[in-house]
Design a protein around this ligand. Sequence first.
Ligand code: SAM
Length: 268
Amino acid sequence: MQEIESNKHAWSQLSADHYQTFKRSLQQGTHQLNRYIRQELGDLSGKHVIHLQCNTGADTLTLAGMCAEATGVDLVPDNIKYARQLSQDLQISNARFIEADIMQLAELHHETYDVVFVSEGAIGWLPDLKCWGWTIGQLLKDDGFVYVFDSHPFFLAFDEQKLPAGQLEIKYPYFGREPDVDDSIGGYASEPKHGVKAYFWMYTVADVINALLEAGLALDYFHEFEESYFDAGGMQPVAGQLHNYDYNQGLFPMSFSVRAHPALPAHG
Ligand SMILES: C[S@@+](CC[C@H](N)C(=O)[O-])C[C@H]1O[C@@H](n2cnc3c(N)ncnc32)[C@H](O)[C@@H]1O
């Protein structure tokens, strides 16, 4: 798919810079999952975790410290190369990395896991959320669960240039089906890179929930949070690797989490 190829190229512009950034933060011990993820994930001891869209593997390596084995998956060959390099740099032996498009992962990879982990800037890069949900269902053991933490679709609809001034103006249609195309990428772990074509899809809250339900999963919860996991411009850092606008005290959500597990087959 042309949009995925274009995104692959765009994300590859950031791989080397992300490697340097995450190597520093991992070695200094300052790289952490955000506070909501830490609270909600629970005890992963003994579990096999697969981390979808792992970038250069920083969070995968953090998960590896909490579980029996962590497997990171990403589209970009250089992200996988640097993720493997990071695990060597940090001498982490229970992490492995797979280069794959999530849209094709279920056809290529037939192992199952206790936990599927998806976080922080993942789902909007995928053209088909039903395929994403189905893939998660295929990756889960019967007694496993999926945990997702990402930007709230309501927040993503606003004009990010106007939000710092408290102006809530819809720029990206909440029900939009065409991807937004940006000529730059990144900025959260390095300087942004320009001259790319990065395709990002809007999904509604219902799209996320229904993708999981239609894949045969049952929801444990859907949570909404005021804070963002990244600074979209003009936000202040707040506790636990999160950010917020000074004025957003209970006004609107910027992140959500959802946990789901395979529904038991009906008996009788
Ligand atoms: C914002 S980053 C996610 C970072 C993530 N929060 C982490 O833990 O490091 C988005 C990632 O999605 C990956 N990606 C985009 N489209 C993909 C696809 N179709 N299949 C697999 N990975 C994809 C990109 O290469 C990029 O590394």
